[in-house]
Design a protein around this ligand. Structure first.
Ligand SMILES: Nc1ncnc2c1ncn2[C@@H]1O[C@H](COP(=O)(O)OP(=O)(O)OP(=O)(O)O)[C@@H](O)[C@H]1O
Length: 363
């Protein structure tokens, strides 16, 4: 299928991209690997896996029999992704840097680099599919429901999608691991990476504290009762239960809002507290995967990566802003996260959540 095509694969040192490269090579493509160094390892600290990942990527390239280059995009990553990440946290929101990393680094810097090198396309180990109908490239969900990564790819624009391949999209993860074992790839049993790539396994609060000032303050109920102390509003997100340290009897406590001017964290008791549920949201920075933006109307939407699809109605407020009205109230919709729209299997794109009908966030 890819006979003699020049394809550059993003080799991360993980099992998914290893199998991606091996499958393309089997298909007859001229495959070249690239390991992107997007983060400068501070003092070789214990949590940073970049060195090991690059060694794994090289070992995989060697076994498959392809060349590999290490390309440094750390400056672009700092400017485009990390700066935004800090700015959003400082403003009390909860950004998703992996979404931005895809749009700005993997499918922009890396894609541009690959085209300059003479590649016809890039390929990654993302669990998503593509379909071409009448010359239009559609982004579809990965077939493995549990691994589908189309959510993270929703900011890819048509020109980026056209040059991208996702050879694993029709496979189940178990099948990918089985193939890796069969092909004797050293990454066959390597643990999946978790969390935000530059933070890795490191404690989140400890990491963020290095970059953002912290101001202790009160945790209060919507009725104004002080029930605890927070260590800085930046470290909390809507729906958070762990790490609040509020004692006393009754159901667990959840974060439901932030008041930045007063430096107060709003908390409620009970997972199903009505203030944790939202009927509508507003989003900006709209980005669509198809040449035409979707018409206003009924779709499904994910308000977080791991959230189930929710039926909703899309209404445009301007060229760059829209609102979503949900059929059923949605739990813990969070400012700064992405709302991603689907039409059946097709990932249409979406935007960044800026407001909900629960005015509990005062930024
Ligand atoms: N540092 C990197 N260098 C090159 N490509 C990368 C890098 N990080 C991610 N990618 C590409 O993006 C894809 C998705 O990245 P993600 O971090 O979600 O990895 P993953 O699902 O754990 O996949 P893998 O098992 O390949 O690491 C990878 O499969 C790979 O093709």
């Amino acid at each position: 299928m890819y006979e003699n095509q020049n394809i550059i694969v993003g080799l991360s040192g993980g099992v998914d991209s290893s199998v991606t490269a091996a499958l393309l090579k089997q298909d007859g493509a001229n495959v070249h690997g690239v390991f992107m160094q997007n983060w400068e390892d501070d003092n070789n600290d214990q949590y940073c896996s970049i060195k090991q990942d690059s060694l794994d990527a090289m070992a995989v390239a060697d076994i498959i029999g392809i060349d590999i280059d290490i390309v440094n995009f750390a400056t672009q990553y700092k400017d485009k992704v990390f700066a935004y990440f800090l700015q959003e946290y400082a403003a009390g929101r909860t950004p998703n840097p992996d979404v931005l990393c895809n749009a700005e680094i993997k499918f922009k810097c890396f894609l541009d680099y690959a085209i300059e090198q003479g590649a016809e396309a890039i390929a990654t180990g993302h669990y998503a599919r593509k379909q071409i109908r009448n010359g239009v490239h559609y982004l579809l969900r990965g077939l493995d429901n549990n691994k589908d990564q189309s959510y993270f790819l929703y900011r890819l624009q048509p020109h980026q999608l056209e040059k991208s391949l996702f050879p694993l999209g029709h496979l189940q993860k178990t099948e990918v691991r089985r193939l890796a074992t069969e092909l004797k790839l050293p990454t066959a049993t390597k643990k999946d990476s978790t969390g935000i790539c530059f933070i890795g396994e490191r404690p989140f609060r400890e990491f963020l504290q290095k970059y953002l000032p912290t101001h202790n303050g009160n945790m209060v109920t919507p009725e104004g009762k002080i029930v605890g102390e927070h260590v800085g509003l930046t470290f909390y997100t809507i729906g958070q239960r762990k790490g609040l340290g509020i004692g006393g009897a009754g159901e667990p406590w959840f974060v439901v809002g932030k008041d930045l001017p007063k430096n107060e964290l709003l908390v409620v008791q009970g997972h199903d507290h009505e203030l944790l549920y939202t009927n509508s949201l507003e989003m900006n920075q709209l980005s669509w995967t198809l040449p035409e933006k979707p018409v206003a109307g009924r779709y499904t939407c994910k308000t977080r990566y791991r959230m189930a699809d929710a039926a909703c109605e899309l209404r445009y407020l301007s060229d760059d802003t829209a609102e979503l009205l949900f059929n059923e109230p949605q739990w813990a919709v969070t400012h700064g996260q992405s709302a991603v729209l689907y039409d059946g299997e097709i990932c249409l794109g979406g935007g960044i959540i800026t407001a909900t009908d629960k005015p509990l966030i005062k930024l």
